[in-house]
Design a protein around this ligand. Structure first.
Ligand SMILES: Cc1ncc(COP(=O)(O)O)c(C=O)c1O
Length: 394
């Protein structure tokens, strides 16, 4: 059978995630892996889950395993609406935030339409954007507000001059994946202003927002421009990724299209999981567990930062995230983190090369390190080993 002749045009734009391919190649328990974005399994409150699952079955019986509403069960939508102080009509439950990204792209993008994003950006989003043949335009991140505005406006004007249609700007405002960096209020306001000025949407992807280890929360982009923003949340990092649940908060007209799209996509998010998640939120277990998770991740982040300081050679710099799961290393000019990867893996250390997160495959001398997954003991051994390998390479 000539299978390729049968594949759709979209499949030509699919590309494999090098991050997920790493997991196929190696046994994570046998190496020092700073590669994945896995939360620590220690943060999964198994006893709470067990109690809640029994409660849901006792109280709801077979209904907990039936098909349900496409928007999600009312109990969970209401719990999300209450927590984030939005009307329930603006809440759609998703089968995780990855689906939120994908379904919005499907609803908004025709081949060739522009999606703006910061460079670097989350790989899973770029994969989804490309799979719908979007023209993904990366704008280099920077902290100075005036320069920040200039870069975005320049990119927007260039797209418009080329006759392109800009549909949305994708932003991870809190503890970005991969950089770990957070947008200031001024930067968020700039994005909101640009969305209004040029008439495009912002997709604010916020799976790490509740994992803040220091400083005060900054208002969401959604709160600055609720008419122009779709906010995506996820239970993956505050409960457990295995539930595959997230939420979307946005303008009702956009949500209505998402609703119809999801009817053909998965009919409804997993019902049993939603009831468990609703109980997890309303019982206070989520907040109690979040405090424990944040304490654990804060200590791991601090450990990583200390070890990097003590071990990395001169010329290597890194971000200091106030939350989330990642930090981003910049190595001296000329360092090739993709080439270096096999050597590091052979010595027992994994990371993700930064260029995979760049829409133009720049950032050769960068790498993303995760600090949530491994035990402190492994981090204590892994960072000095990575530093030694980098020193030898220089
Ligand atoms: C920025 C960002 N968005 C979305 C996701 C997908 O998360 P999930 O589908 O588990 O909610 C991830 C996962 O790592 C992520 O880093």
């Amino acid at each position: 059978m000539d299978y390729p002749a049968l594949f759709s045009a979209d499949t030509h734009s699919f590309f494999r995630s090098p991050v997920r391919d790493i997991f196929k190649k190696v046994d994570l328990s046998k190496i020092y892996s700073f590669a994945g974005g896995y939360p620590s399994a220690e943060t999964f409150p198994l006893d709470d889950f067990s109690k809640l699952m029994q409660k849901v079955i006792a109280e709801r019986g077979a209904q907990a395993f039936q098909y349900g509403a496409t928007q999600g069960v009312t109990e969970l939508r209401q719990a999300v609406a209450t927590r984030y102080d939005v009307p329930i009509e603006r809440v759609q439950i998703t089968t995780s935030s990855q689906q939120g990204i994908d379904v919005l792209t499907r609803v908004l993008i025709d081949p060739g339409d522009v999606i703006l994003c910061s460079n670097p950006s989350y790989l899973g989003a770029i994969q989804s954007f490309k799979s719908y043949q979007a023209d993904v335009v990366g704008v280099p991140a920077c902290s100075d507000p005036a320069e920040y505005r200039r870069r975005w406006e320049e990119a927007i004007e260039r797209c418009l001059d080329n006759g392109k249609k800009i549909k949305f700007l994708y932003a991870i405002a809190d503890f970005q994946n991969p950089s770990g960096e957070t947008l200031s209020l001024e930067q968020r306001q700039i994005l909101a202003d640009l969305a209004h000025k040029y008439g495009f949407l912002i997709i604010e992807d916020a799976p790490y927002r509740e994992l803040r280890y220091e400083g005060e929360p900054i208002p969401t982009i959604y709160s600055l421009a609720p008419d122009a923003t779709v906010h995506l949340g996820s239970f993956s990092k505050i409960m457990a990724p295995g539930f595959r649940l997230g939420w979307m908060i946005g303008p009702e007209e956009v949500l209505d299209k998402v609703y119809v799209c999801k009817q053909s996509l998965d009919l409804c998010p997993p019902i049993f999981d939603q009831y468990v998640a609703a109980e997890f939120m309303s019982s206070g277990m989520l907040d109690a567990n979040l405090e424990k998770s944040k304490a654990l991740y804060r200590s791991k982040r601090d450990l990583m930062l200390r070890l990097l300081e003590e071990n990395m050679p001169e010329g290597v710099t890194w971000t200091h995230p106030e939350g989330g799961l990642f930090l981003f290393l910049t190595l001296p000019e000329g360092f090739d983190a993709v080439k270096f990867y096999d050597k590091a893996l052979a010595a027992g250390v994994a990371y993700v090369a930064g260029e995979f997160f760049h829409t133009d495959r720049s950032g050769h001398n960068t790498m993303r390190l995760n600090f949530s997954f491994m035990s402190p003991e492994k981090i204590e051994k892994g960072i000095p080993l990575l530093a030694k390998l980098i020193k030898n390479e220089k």
